[in-house]
Write a protein that binds this ligand. Structure first.
Ligand SMILES: Nc1ncnc2c1ncn2[C@@H]1O[C@H](COP(=O)(O)OP(=O)(O)OP(=O)(O)O)[C@@H](O)[C@H]1O
Length: 231
């Protein structure tokens, strides 16, 4: 489902001519099987978001290979990657990244519009997904009229609406209180089971990580499998 082989990446930081090399990903290997929820923990600055960006194709790494759904995405052009992502990969963000001028419904509808789906088909698909994630009551609300948990549900619905097989989540519960965090975790688990979606979840929260099928720890750009008891 997701296979990373020997991924390496170094950022050049600082003024032109005096750049400092900062190695951020060091020989990273990762195998995520279909239907797994994999959590990646690690200290701030250890390289977790960089790894997620590499998997998503937002970042071209210096070396290594990335396979998603059996397709080698390492050398896809930006346009090819964007097309691949729209069909195969959904994203969930800590700060939701919803469009403030669009209602909850319109935010969820947006990826389908980009895909070129017709209006009545879009209406059906969006209503079904919003019902699935428990947003029926608030479809016409704007993001600033929603609670954090509701905004995260909109973000999840938007990620789901194109029926991706992989969802990449960067601190999905990072801005939520502990009760809402549990609700969102339960939703992720139930979507994983009922829709057979593979999740890669970055988190600071060991409790979130321990509820995943597998847990990895990023330390200074190196990724190692961790047991869920190694808290
Ligand atoms: N675009 C970039 N250009 C230069 N350096 C970067 C860039 N993105 C990240 N870095 C550096 O790479 C390192 C890893 O950053 P990254 O965001 O992947 O860490 P992280 O583990 O996700 O941290 P956090 O938990 O705080 O989000 C940091 O030292 C950061 O400063």
């Amino acid at each position: 489902m997701i296979t990373l082989t020997n991924i390496q990446h170094t950022f050049l930081i600082g003024k032109k001519g005096q750049e400092k090399k900062v190695p951020v990903l060091k020989n990273v290997d990762l195998q995520v099987d279909a239907g797994d929820i994999v959590a990646i923990v690690g200290k701030s600055g250890s390289g977790k978001s960089t790894l997620l960006n590499a998997i998503a194709g937002f970042l071209k790494t210096d070396s290594g290979s990335i396979k998603l759904n059996g397709i080698d995405t390492t050398d896809l052009s930006e346009a090819e990657h964007a097309k691949f992502r729209l069909k195969n990969v959904g994203f969930i963000f800590q700060n939701f990244q919803l469009m403030p001028g669009l209602t909850a419904f319109e935010n969820v509808e947006l990826p389908l519009k980009i895909q070129g789906m017709g209006k009545s088909a879009r209406f059906q698909v969006v209503r079904q997904i919003m019902d699935r994630v428990g947003l029926n009551e608030v479809i016409d609300h704007y993001p600033n009229e929603l609670s954090g948990g509701q905004q995260q549900r909109v973000c999840i619905a938007r990620a789901l609406v194109t029926k991706p097989s992989i969802i990449l989540a960067d601190e999905p519960t990072g801005s939520l209180d502990s009760e809402t965090e549990l609700e969102i975790l339960d939703l992720i688990k139930s979507l994983n089971e009922s829709m057979d979606i593979t999740f890669v979840v970055i988190t600071h929260d060991e409790e979130v990580a321990n509820s995943a099928h597998k847990k990895y720890r990023m330390h200074d750009g190196e990724l190692k499998e961790a047991t869920t008891s190694a808290v």
